[in-house]
Design a protein around this ligand. Structure first.
Ligand code: SAM
Length: 250
């Protein structure tokens, strides 16, 4: 691959965006979601579920890491924030507008917000209410069409092999078969809409849609969804290509 060196991550990182970042990614605020059942998969240590629940939205987050004890989750969150910052610093494909200090502050706050909410409302918390579920794609423990809206950020496409536009070495990456199975599973639990972000290849010197996008789109169409690609207001890197796949059940 020629051009700028993309950030290569050491693993699928347990790193979460803030509620404000989620709002920019999806163009949605909790107020838009009242009355909807919403799934964030994988949620990582993001602030979205806590923010939605605070506004009365029936949001659920799932992630395999949620099976661990609180202190271990905290340790993974802190380790992966540092490892991701190091990977970004070693890459020359990061936007000139990237501000490492602001990035670090926002991710630290997201982790804190998530941990505080998980401690109270997670499976072992004093007010456990099912908002956090330990689960791994491609097999989710939810009924068919259990959610109106399913959101999935920074997982599919991002963790494809680096040679195929992802951010991890091939041995640690999810292949196309996994992507098709995972997209099918996210579609199964969605009654109305599924959104995936980002859908571009990580080698941002050459803006292009991810090579797995069209097969994933094809699978969603086979499953009865109409799809479109759109551009979000969350500009984290690749100029000139759409960054979000929206799939609506026909
Ligand atoms: C970078 S985080 C994304 C978190 C959040 N969606 C965001 O955008 O900030 C990726 C997450 O994928 C989770 N993960 C790893 N393997 C998974 C799997 N097989 N199924 C679902 N999630 C997985 C990790 O635990 C991690 O929290």
């Amino acid at each position: 691959m020629s051009g700028p060196r993309p950030a290569i991550l050491p693993r699928v990182v347990f790193l979460g965006r803030s509620l404000a970042e989620y709002q920019r990614i999806w163009g949605l605020s909790p107020g838009d979601l009242i009355g909807q059942r919403v799934l964030d998969c994988p949620c990582g240590p993001a602030g979205f579920v806590a923010g939605c629940r605070a506004s009365g939205v029936e949001a659920v987050g799932c992630d395999p890491v949620l099976a661990l004890e609180l202190e271990e989750i905290r340790r993974l969150g802190e380790r992966d924030r540092l490892d991701t910052a190091a990977a970004l610093a070693a890459s020359d494909a990061v936007l000139a507008s990237h501000d490492p200090e602001a990035w670090n502050l926002e991710k630290t706050r997201s982790l804190r917000t998530f941990l505080e909410d998980f401690a109270v409302h997670g499976p072992h918390g004093p007010d456990a209410d099912g908002r956090y579920v330990a689960a791994s794609l491609p097999n989710l423990p939810f009924a068919d069409q259990a959610f109106d809206l399913v959101l999935s950020a920074h997982f599919l496409f991002t963790y494809a092999p680096a040679e195929a536009g992802g951010m991890v070495e091939a041995a640690l990456a999810f292949d196309l078969q996994f992507h098709l199975a995972a997209a099918g599973e996210l579609a199964r639990v969605s009654a109305k809409e599924l959104r995936l972000y980002p859908i571009y290849a990580a080698d941002s010197g050459h803006p292009r849609l991810h090579p797995f996008l069209e097969p994933v789109r094809g699978r969603l169409v086979e499953l009865g969804f109409a799809t479109e690609v759109v551009r979000s207001g969350y500009d984290q890197g690749v100029e000139g290509v759409p960054d979000t796949l929206v799939a609506r059940r026909r």
